[in-house]
Write a protein that binds this ligand. Structure first.
Ligand SMILES: *Cc1c(COP(=O)(O)O)cnc(C)c1O
Length: 440
């Protein structure tokens, strides 16, 4: 039994109690340091949140200064300077037509807000019948009930089924296991084309389509083909369906652009931000909307958005967000993501790709998914209850790397500040871990 009363999130506690314990004491730049003083590269950026590395003096100072001035004051009907400044900063980096920023504390909440916004947008204009949501297979939008509703089938969703609403689903662009474009042929985005008949069938009932633009994160870092997002934007426009881009995982530089939508010059009607918004230091999230959305709520009392969290837009969180966004201002951070991503590609090719259990390596910027298989030729998956991927992630700790898998997929998603020698170390540790768990 564990020595502590903590019930850990997304964790089988029986396994937690069996595994060696890792207690983190502090963190510097791209390393976590445990209570024994051993260092680990933070290979998943503290679950995809950390941006500029840990203990960055600019962000730490901003937090300390704000903490000494105003710790919390509500945004319900009144405002405060850190929220004003943060939303101005965000406005300067998000696509031009997105202007109105609704703050909350975590990605799932910000997704819930986006769904409620979309439904009420139509209701406020006399179209309550437009109340269905389209989502992609294997999607992940957070773990609250509304967010789980639009998420993919499987253990995240199945038990809670009686409490959920049903979205209209369409196939995701999973090229490695695609059943549409035939294997070996060029991808023709057949999956995106499947959207049109659904829109024909349901158009008058649909409020919005929600998508993780460019990269489906929790599905196993599934990278969509070029122009997939643009094709979806085009179809949503044709049928006047709102497009919600959930950039909680992809936002703030990880894909090689500030936002994944920027990679295809797409402007969604609603954009959802979380994880990296404070540089990964404090909880904060945002749901951002265009004038068209905002205007539909403007006017009578009954048209306001019925949503608001106690700590939404907390000033200390906002201060961290301001400092983090300022660190992007000279453009060097994104430039460095591109060069580091190229270095990572090389090391993955050199050290990881030839391993017999590595089936597919998917990469977009500094987001990497490595799908392990039982047989490289036939692409046969690992055995259903295989703990091999988990065991690889445990084994690499010994070589100074902390990572966490998603099913059969090993994820690498370091902070944007990752150095070349650390990429070298990460991939070497991973190779050693793979060789240990899958002896050749
Ligand atoms: C992590 C994630 C969420 C949920 O964010 P939380 O802060 O964990 O609630 C939502 N959408 C995507 C795409 C995510 O990766």
């Amino acid at each position: 039994m564990s020595d502590y009363p903590i019930w850990h999130p997304f964790t089988q506690m029986a396994r937690f109690d069996r595994d060696p314990q890792l207690v983190i004491a502090r963190a510097e730049a791209n390393r976590l340091i445990d209570t024994e003083g051993k260092e680990y590269i933070d290979g998943v950026a503290s679950i995809w949140a950390n941006v500029h590395g840990h203990s960055h003096p600019k962000i730490v100072n901003a937090i300390q200064e704000q903490a000494s001035k105003l710790q919390h004051s509500t945004l319900l009907g009144i405002t405060h300077e850190p929220a004003i400044e943060l939303t101005n900063r965000l406005n300067s980096i998000i696509p031009n037509d997105l202007k109105h920023i609704f703050l909350s504390e975590n990605g799932a909440s910000a997704v819930e807000v986006s769904l409620k916004m979309a439904i009420q947008f139509w209701a406020n204009q006399g179209h309550p019948e437009r109340n269905r949501i389209i989502s992609l297979e294997m999607a992940y939008h957070g773990d609250t009930l509304g967010a789980v509703s639009v998420g993919g089938d499987g253990p995240f969703r199945d038990v809670y089924q009686p409490f959920l609403f049903e979205p209209i689903r369409f196939p995701n662009p999973y090229q490695y296991r695609c059943t549409m474009c035939s294997r070996g042929s060029v991808c023709t985005s057949e999956c995106a084309a499947q959207l049109r008949p659904l829109l024909d069938q349901f158009a008058g009932q649909i409020a919005a389509l929600i998508i993780e633009p460019r990269v489906q994160g929790a599905a196993g870092i599934i990278v969509s083909p070029d122009d997939h997002l643009r094709a979806i934007r085009y179809l949503c426009d044709q049928y006047d369906v709102l497009l919600i881009a959930d950039e909680v995982a992809t936002g703030f530089g990880k894909t090689g652009a500030m936002f994944a939508c920027d990679l295809e010059q797409v402007t969604p009607d609603i954009m959802v931000l979380g994880k990296g918004i404070t540089g990964g230091y404090l909880p904060l999230a945002a749901t951002v909307a265009t004038d068209r959305i905002y205007d539909a709520f403007y006017g009578e009392e009954s048209k306001k958005l019925f949503h608001g969290h106690t700590y939404a837009g907390n000033p200390i969180c906002c201060a961290a967000g301001i400092a983090s966004i300022d660190l992007f201002s000279d453009g060097k951070v994104i430039e460095q993501v591109l060069s580091r991503a190229a270095v990572l590609t090389d090391f993955l090719e050199k050290r990881i790709a030839d391993h017999p259990n590595v089936g597919d390596i998917r990469q977009q910027g500094l987001m990497v998914g490595i799908e392990l298989v039982a047989d490289k030729e036939t692409r046969e998956p690992l055995l259903p209850k295989s703990e091999a991927t988990w065991n690889v992630c445990l084994a690499v700790r010994e070589y100074g790397l902390f990572i966490r898998p998603l099913g059969d997929v090993i994820v690498l998603m370091p902070p944007l500040s990752i150095e070349e020698d650390e990429i070298d170390l990460m991939t070497e540790a991973l190779r050693n871990g793979l060789d240990r768990i899958f002896p050749i």
